[in-house]
Design a protein around this ligand. Structure first.
Ligand SMILES: [Zn+2]
Length: 361
């Protein structure tokens, strides 16, 4: 998460949109819970969306906290020197991520087999001393390979300051790790002959902390056409619990889900209700929220190109952008559940008969 002037105001308004959706030919119906819209406080009629059958469940359940923990402890260890854009620690992380995909047998997004998307030093406008790289892998869709579901997280952080390593365990080793384990789950499906209908892109961006540069570069130089990119699920900080949820830690903030696609919001709600049962907190989805988180992580570079997004986020906490954001403080049980929620949402969008509908501007 990119830092900015933070006004910490917690509004306790739950929001969500609730337009009636068409149903399709798939096999199971989940009724969406009624909830309260941010502006009119009207309780709307529950809408119905037909989810896929449980074909993704076995893969979602293969995302386990033990595996997440092992990867996160590696990426957030001192050896990675806080992963500052362009520095050796970031490049070491890029290598780790690359090796992970190679080991899984997941292809590079670039057709030449290079997992790295090189970004020249000049692009960072003086904020980084060296060039840097996004790491991009993908699984080709079986039926609609030219439609792309992007799952993203930034793997850079703020480096070493005053001799202290800023490990960035939550920010954003948690998201990076989640994307890797989600990829592993998708690859399990591929191996079982159950690969996703649409292509799934695993996008690890650099340069986030210094100004969302990696995602900006990707969207300006897309490896896969943006007009065929149907969603970006962006994961930035999902391993902790903020002040507000100390007593109810099974939660996640969702931001952006209903802004361009009513259907995306409804899918997200429905899979959560059916599978993960987290409290979905829409406080920061309110356009009037002063934190403006919608504009503060990598999904925004997709949203501004009219691509629907969901930003998964646990809120800020006492260790945010401090050297105390360490792996021992991560709630791995929650990380597992939140990663599974993102997986289910991606699985659904990648496998539905109809392409995700954009119905708003
Ligand atoms: Zn950050």
């Amino acid at each position: 998460m990119k830092i900015s002037l933070i006004v910490v105001i917690f509004s306790f308004v739950l929001s969500c949109s609730s337009t009636q959706k068409k149903s399709d030919s798939q096999s199971e119906t989940t009724e969406r819970s009624t909830s309260i819209a941010p502006t009119d406080n009207q309780v709307k009629e529950p809408s119905k969306i037909k989810l896929l059958n449980d074909s993704g469940k076995v893969y979602a359940e293969s995302i386990l906290q033990e595996d997440l923990k092992e990867v996160l402890y590696t990426l957030a260890s001192d050896a990675y020197e806080g992963r500052f854009t362009g520095e050796p620690g970031q490049k070491k992380a890029a290598q780790f991520i690359t090796d992970y995909y190679k080991t899984l047998g997941i292809s590079a997004a670039n057709s030449d087999g290079n997992y790295l998307q090189e970004i020249p030093q000049a692009y960072f406008k003086g904020n980084a001393k060296f060039s840097s790289e996004n790491v991009v892998a993908y699984i080709k869709g079986t039926e609609k390979p030219d439609e792309y579901v992007v799952i993203s997280a930034h793997y850079d952080h703020v480096g070493v300051k005053g001799g202290k390593v800023y490990n960035g365990a939550d920010d954003d080793a948690s998201g990076t790790t989640a994307v890797l384990e989600i990829a592993k789950a998708f690859q399990k499906a591929v191996k079982a002959g159950n690969g996703p209908k649409r292509s799934v892109v695993f996008l690890h961006v650099t340069g986030e902390e210094i100004g969302l540069y990696g995602s900006k570069y990707y969207t300006e130089n897309p490896i896969f056409p943006l007009e065929n990119t149907i969603v970006d699920l962006n994961i930035d900080m999902i391993g902790r619990v903020d002040e507000k949820h100390q007593e109810t830690p099974e939660f996640i903030y969702l931001i952006g889900a209903d802004k361009l696609s009513t259907e995306l919001h409804e899918i997200s709600e429905a899979v959560n209700k059916k599978y993960t049962q987290l409290q979905l907190d829409y406080t920061y989805n309110d356009d009037k929220d002063p934190n403006r988180f919608y504009y503060r992580s990598d999904h925004y570079n997709f949203a501004k190109n009219n691509i629907p997004v969901i930003f998964y986020f646990n809120g800020v906490h006492e260790d945010y952008h401090k050297d105390t954001d360490t792996p021992d403080k991560i709630r791995y049980d929650l990380l597992q559940k939140r990663a599974q929620l993102a997986f289910y949402t991606a699985w659904e969008i990648a496998n539905r008969d109809q392409k995700l509908e954009v119905d708003k501007e």
